[in-house]
Design a protein around this ligand. Structure first.
Ligand code: NAD
Length: 261
């Protein structure tokens, strides 16, 4: 018996990274999943692997209201209901606050913060209609503390925690629990040095990243997306039945304090 038998969960940003691992783990635990992303080909490839009885790829730009309505309609058409949501899609931009163009700041807000709001607003009534369920939002280490050069991103991740708390309070009576993930540094394309700086030597960059996290993180390494997915599963399953409105840190101890090594 799986921990998510009979559940139907929409996962945004599921084409790669943490969202992809969440989708794979949720299906392994018996759920049917909707892989919602702007990377249509990658989402379709993951869905093919998981099988059409278990996974439906849908095009969804989380910042677009009309896309949400269409994605929910497609999900219900295929699986009959929705009783879970993982708001995982997000983008990261590096800039000093004083040099951040307004357009860049607004772009990050539109995806990370407005996208999460639209997800809650669109999907919560569906979860209620299905008899209750769960919403897991994706905040960050930087939703709980500051970090240089990620001002727009940190602002949105703090906002996601505010949305999580308010949604938890408002939706509790409707049988919907709402919690948030706060990952530290996780090894995904978002943090891949080759993506962040295409001019860098990939091998030297990877070694540099490994060395950086060995020093910064008490557990001595960057996290794996599977380790975030395990927490998303806990918050989506009945194992967390008495928990709502909380941020959960998965960061190898980074927020607890810097390591000495
Ligand atoms: P990733 O870049 O590997 O994957 C993000 C996915 O979101 C991609 O498939 C991308 O296409 C999708 N996406 C981006 N914009 C979208 C949009 N407008 N609509 C729909 N989909 C969109 O990143 P990841 O590391 O897997 O990050 C997943 C989440 O975890 C994000 O919210 C991120 O902010 C958060 N997070 C990541 C880390 C980390 O170290 N990787 C740390 C803390 C929090």
């Amino acid at each position: 018996m799986g921990k998510l038998d009979g559940r139907v969960v929409v996962i945004t940003g599921a084409a790669r990274g943490q969202g992809e691992q969440e989708a794979r783990l949720f299906v392994a635990e018996g759920a049917r999943v909707v892989l919602a992303d702007v990377r249509d080909e990658e989402a379709a490839a993951v869905a093919r692997e998981l099988g059409k009885d278990a996974a439906l790829p849908v095009h969804l730009d989380v910042s677009q209201e009309a896309d949400w309505a269409a994605a929910v309609a497609a999900a219900k058409d295929t699986f009959g209901k929705i009783d879970g949501l993982v708001n995982n899609a997000g983008i990261l931009r590096f800039n000093e606050l004083v040099n951040t163009p307004l357009e860049e700041f607004q772009q990050v807000v539109q995806v990370n913060q407005v996208g999460t709001f639209l997800g809650i607003r669109t999907v919560a009534p569906e979860i209620e209609a299905a008899g209750g369920g769960t919403i897991v939002n994706t905040s960050s280490y930087t939703g709980l503390t500051g970090m240089a050069y990620v001002g727009a991103y940190a602002a949105t991740k703090h906002a996601v925690l505010g949305l999580t708390r308010v949604a938890a309070v408002e939706l509790a009576a409707k049988g919907i629990r709402v919690n948030a993930l706060c990952p530290g540094a996780i090894d995904t394309p978002m943090t891949n040095p080759a993506v962040l700086d295409p001019t860098a030597d990939p091998e030297a960059s990877a070694a540099g990243v490994a060395e950086l996290y060995k020093r910064l993180v008490p557990l001595g390494r960057i996290g794996r997306p599977e380790e975030v997915a395990a927490l998303a599963l806990f918050l989506t399953s009945q194992d967390s039945s008495y928990i709502t409105g909380q941020p959960f840190v998965v960061d190898g101890g980074w927020l607890a304090g810097v390591g000495l090594a």
